[in-house]
Every structure is written in C-alpha cells, then in structure tokens.
Design a protein. Structure first.
Length: 152
C-alpha cells in the first residue's frame, strides 16, 4: 500500500495529526482531507463523503476517518457506493474489518481511544489484508444489497 487518505473534524485534529505522523514514518503517501480548525470548519459529513469518494474513485487505497466517536464518519462513508467503512476501537476489530469485510475505510473516535491504542489499531488494520474464502460470498452479498437498495 502506498496511498492512504486521512480526515478528521475539529473534535479529532490532535489524534489525526498523531496518526498522520505515524503513517508518514511508514513511508506512506498521506493525503489529508481534514478541515483546518483555525480557518475552515466543514462538518464531519463533508469530510467523510469527500474522502470516501476519493477512495471509490481510486485516488487512494484506504482511508482513516476520525471524529469524536467514529460513528458519524462511518455512517457517512458507508453511504458512498462501493465503500465499506468500519468503526474500530480495538485491534481485533481493525484486523477483522480488513480480513473478513475488506473495509477500505476505518473510523476512530478521538474521544474514545488514546494515542497509543490508536497507533496499535491503525497498525493492525494496515497489516491486514482481505482473506477471501468464506468471507468473499458475504462481501459479495453486501455489494448485491447495495446495488439493489431501494428496488422493490
């Protein structure tokens, strides 16, 4: 993996900066979709939507979204067709988000986890790849339902 997107709202800029620095020490190309709390304040739905669409369009391989809880960012990112976002607050969930669900986006809550745990969670997620196997049928079914949403 070479390209990763990161985005945070004003509630999570400090944790975002820490994670961004960590990603750069891994020699990853990091694109920041965050707002600048001093001059610009788009709300988290705007940040999540823009980042998730950039991943859908192939500009980045994966993305990390951070807000107060990670919940709102996950909800918005999952509205983008083809995107699977998982809220992760422990290393096991982060690993399974990739291995079982092929999640391209991980969300974190800056008010829920601390900096050391955040780095561990990001590391677990980055070092995990989709396993396929029995999970492939399930991910395919998610895509099927997504494509047929609203159809009766």
């Amino acid at each position: 993996m070479t390209s990763i997107a990161i985005g945070a709202d004003d509630a999570a800029l400090e944790l975002k900066n820490l994670i961004k620095q960590y990603l750069q020490t891994l020699n990853l190309d990091v694109s920041d979709y965050s707002n600048d709390a001093q001059t610009d304040k788009p709300i988290y739905p705007d940040i999540a939507w823009t980042l998730a669409n950039a991943i859908k369009d192939g500009k980045h391989e994966r993305g990390i979204l951070i807000c107060g809880t990670g919940i709102g960012m996950a909800i918005v990112a999952n509205k983008v067709p083809g995107i699977r976002a998982a809220q992760c607050h422990d290393t096991y969930s982060a690993e399974r988000a990739r291995k079982s669900n092929n999640a391209q986006v991980m969300t974190l809550g800056a008010r829920v986890i601390g900096p050391e745990l955040a780095r561990s969670i990001v590391s677990s997620w980055l070092n995990s790849e989709f396993e396929g196997g029995g999970s492939s049928e399930k991910v395919d079914k998610i895509s099927y339902y997504e494509q047929h949403a609203g159809a009766k």
